[in-house]
Write a protein that binds this ligand. Structure first.
Ligand SMILES: Nc1nc2c(ncn2[C@@H]2O[C@H](COP(=O)(O)OP(=O)(O)OP(=O)(O)O)[C@@H](O)[C@H]2O)c(=O)[nH]1
Length: 197
């Protein structure tokens, strides 16, 4: 069996959090700790390098102890802009993404995405539950960067449209632990607080 390739993990915290009242969602607290910290705790053991993509409050994010960088395409162009910046900065040949608002992401997320990507010879592996893909939970080859460059330069913004142009494999997870739940509103934050984790 060949050795696992090295993986850079990126926390995507570059959004505007409008549905929560235009807050920086990664810094919103769940049980007294910023959501980004929950995600860092889950993702860090799964990867070889961790970096944080944030467009605001860079100094605060830096206190978590990992490199912080903004989008390199302006105007809040969506998660693909964060992935673009991450692919440019990653030290390793593969990049795993997780949104800053998914505190209970699976502990075997990267391992399972990697196994599927490797077996299929794919460029990108995406998590899926039931019939729903979760495109911001993905593992991506760094060398798709020129392709993403072209897509963004032509005005493309929708993450699932870009994925459709790649050799992609979807990986089925069960969602018994609400692992892929992302938190968009205050009500959803209260709701997830009730989950016993
Ligand atoms: N880098 C980067 N990430 C983004 C951008 N927009 C959204 N994201 C990230 O993509 C993931 C899903 O974001 P959403 O919850 O859909 O968007 P949001 O901007 O955070 O929140 P809303 O304004 O309520 O839609 C989160 O991890 C966001 O941080 C962006 O313009 N740049």
């Amino acid at each position: 069996m060949s050795a696992r390739e090295k993986i850079t993990g990126v926390i995507l915290a570059g959004g505007q959090g409008r549905r929560m009242g235009s807050v920086d969602k990664g810094l919103v607290e769940l049980r007294g700790r910023p959501m980004a910290e929950w995600v860092i705790e889950r993702l860090r053991p799964q990867v070889d390098e961790l970096i944080i993509n944030a467009n605001q409050n860079a100094e605060r994010y830096a206190t978590f102890g990992y490199p912080v960088f903004p989008d390199d395409i302006g105007g809040f162009a969506g998660p693909l802009a964060g992935l673009h910046a991450a692919l440019s900065r990653a030290q390793h040949p593969l990049v795993a993404t997780a949104p800053c608002d998914s505190p209970f992401l699976p502990e075997d997320l990267v391992e399972r995405l990697y196994r599927a990507l490797d077996a299929a010879g794919a460029e990108l592996a995406v998590a899926r539950t039931f019939d729903q893909p979760h495109p911001v939970f993905c593992l991506c080859r760094r060398d798709v960067l020129p392709h993403l460059d072209e897509f963004l330069a032509s005005g493309g913004r929708k993450i699932d449209f870009w994925y459709a142009t790649l050799k992609i494999i979807e990986v089925q997870f069960d969602d018994k632990e609400a692992a892929f739940r992302n938190i968009n509103t205050r009500d959803e934050l209260d709701d997830v607080d009730r989950i016993d984790r």
